[in-house]
Ligand binder design. Structure first.
Ligand code: BES
Ligand code: MN
Ligand code: ZN
Length: 484
């Protein structure tokens, strides 16, 4: 999708469609659109749409009104989605071009960026393996944002394009089925992306991970025919203005059967999305390389399958993590924390001064927060506060979770230091506590994205399947990270 600013007066714009936001109990501010409210046909509810043809005084033949709901409750979060609604409504028509009027957000840069992000995210559809030739062959050719071209709006458009494309890069990786997204393939995709945008890339193979004594990570891969890969990317700008090094760590389980503690068959297919945290970090790194913040950033994605087999690890087995801590494997399905334990430790050894991880870690986070908010855990309140602001700006819903010392009791080992599960209660919190055992005093944030990384049904502004959650917030964090 081609993206441009269109500074012409909207009545003389002549793209194939003109989409604008209609607010509840308001007459459109533009004189040529104002008469549309007279018939009472303008949508009042958020994201509802109405199409008008041959509107007097408007050159474009097709005018789309998108409900903005109450203006007081409308912001960049809603504007991003409204742009998406317009694109997904018009996509089936394969229009050559369309124009979106980004109303309701005062800051022109923020409005343009959000519109572009929303449009790109909406343009993305799964369906790569359909053979009828019709899957995702319909697109809007060009998306115009009706805004004056200033240095600010031009930069915002470019930012929106990079961020939207990077979120879709992540979604594409996550939608891939397990047979087309093995640890080896994920590593190759990371390597190709790194080469394209100019990041350093190192793939640690099994032998190297053995040398490094990543006993916790490697234990998960024992049952799989697919070799594990540990992906390490570096963004090392000469312009770095601080000694701080941000470490992005993401869970890369390319398929999670549960292992010997095998999962039920119902919905097991969805466990192809168990690398969504790793994919989010790769998408964020892609954007970082293109947006070039003045701070060093590294990325770590331990990638493996979790399979049952004669060689697989068994419940009750004890493993020694790279940090030296011993772990009783109570449940082989609690594998995410096992691979992240070594990745977090390795990230610290590589010089990261601040860590953030993302993982589809527990079903329990969906019980706690549903599929609306990502669970945020930390050992550093100020760092978390900063990140939650970034999430807000980026339009991703995230909610802080408690980490009282009391929960630590649940993962105390009997024959070893730690248990890899903490029982039924507070499952997302005890999982976070397990990770905390491997970050020492390094400021750290953990995002449990299990509830938000997958969208079960098509929505007006985004296709079903992987969401690309956390990518935008991570980019926002990275872009401000040079400021202490
Ligand atoms: N990948 C799953 C968590 C998950 C569940 C992600 C549903 C997305 C949707 C994780 O590896 C897992 O199996 N967690 C277990 C932990 C339990 C055994 C302590 C869970 O949540 O049931
Ligand atoms: Mn699991
Ligand atoms: Zn898992």
């Amino acid at each position: 999708m081609d993206i441009q600013l269109n500074h012409q007066p909207i009545e003389s714009i002549s793209t194939d469609a003109l989409a604008f936001v209609a607010f509840d109990k308001e007459t459109p501010s533009h004189p040529a659109l104002a008469p549309l409210s007279a018939t009472g046909d303008l949508p009042t509810k958020l994201y509802e749409t109405a199409t008008f043809h041959n509107v007097v005084g408007i050159a474009t033949k097709r005018v789309i009104a998108i409900g903005g709901g109450k203006r007081e409750k409308f912001g960049t979060y809603e504007l991003r989605r409204a742009a998406g609604v317009a694109v997904r409504l018009l996509k089936p028509k394969s229009l050559a071009n369309m124009t979106f009027v980004p109303d309701g957000v005062a800051d022109p840069g923020a409005a343009v960026q959000a519109s572009v992000e929303g449009a790109l995210v909406a343009d993305f559809d799964p369906g790569r393996y359909k053979t009828d030739g019709r899957a995702d062959d319909k697109h809007v050719g060009a998306f115009h944002v009706a805004a004056a071209a200033t240095a600010e709006t031009r930069a915002a458009l470019e930012r929106g394009r990079i961020i939207g494309d990077s979120q879709n890069f992540t979604r594409d990786l996550v939608n891939e089925p397990g047979n087309y997204m093995t640890p080896t393939i994920l590593a190759e995709r990371a390597r190709a992306m790194a080469a394209e945008v100019g990041l350093e890339c190192e793939i640690l193979d099994r032998a190297r991970c053995e040398e490094l004594k990543m006993g916790s990570f490697l234990s998960v891969s024992l049952g799989s025919e697919e070799p594990p890969k540990f992906i390490h990317l570096r963004y090392n700008p000469e312009t770095a203005v601080t000694d701080r090094v941000l470490g992005l760590v993401g869970k890369g389980v390319t398929f999670d059967t549960g292992g010997i503690s095998i999962k039920p068959a119902d919905s097991m297919d969805l466990m192809k999305y168990d690398m969504a945290g790793g994919a989010a970090m790769l998408g964020a790194m892609r954007a970082i390389a293109l947006l070039k913040p003045a701070v060093r950033i590294q990325c770590f994605v331990p990638a493996t399958e979790n399979m049952p087999d004669g060689k697989a690890q068994k419940p009750g087995d004890v493993r020694i993590a790279m940090s030296g801590k011993s772990i009783e494997i109570i449940n082989t399905d609690a594998e995410g924390r096992l691979i992240l334990a070594d990745a977090l430790h390795y990230a610290r050894l590589q010089g990261c001064t601040h860590l953030i991880d993302a993982a589809t870690l527990t079903g329990a986070i969906s019980v706690a927060l549903g599929k609306v908010n990502v669970g945020v855990f930390t050992n550093d309140e100020a760092y978390q506060e900063r990140f939650l602001k970034c999430a807000k700006t980026a339009g991703e819903k995230m909610w802080p979770m408690p980490m009282d010392d009391d929960y630590r009791e649940q993962i105390k080992g009997m024959v070893a230091d730690l248990l890899n599960t903490g029982g039924r209660y507070g499952g997302a919190i005890t999982a976070a506590w397990f990770l905390k055992e491997f970050v020492a005093d390094t400021p750290w944030i953990h995002l449990d994205i299990a509830g938000c990384a997958w969208i079960d049904d098509n929505k007006a502004f985004i296709a079903k399947g992987s969401s690309g959650i956390a990518v935008r917030s991570l980019i926002e964090l990275a872009m401000g990270f040079e400021k202490s």
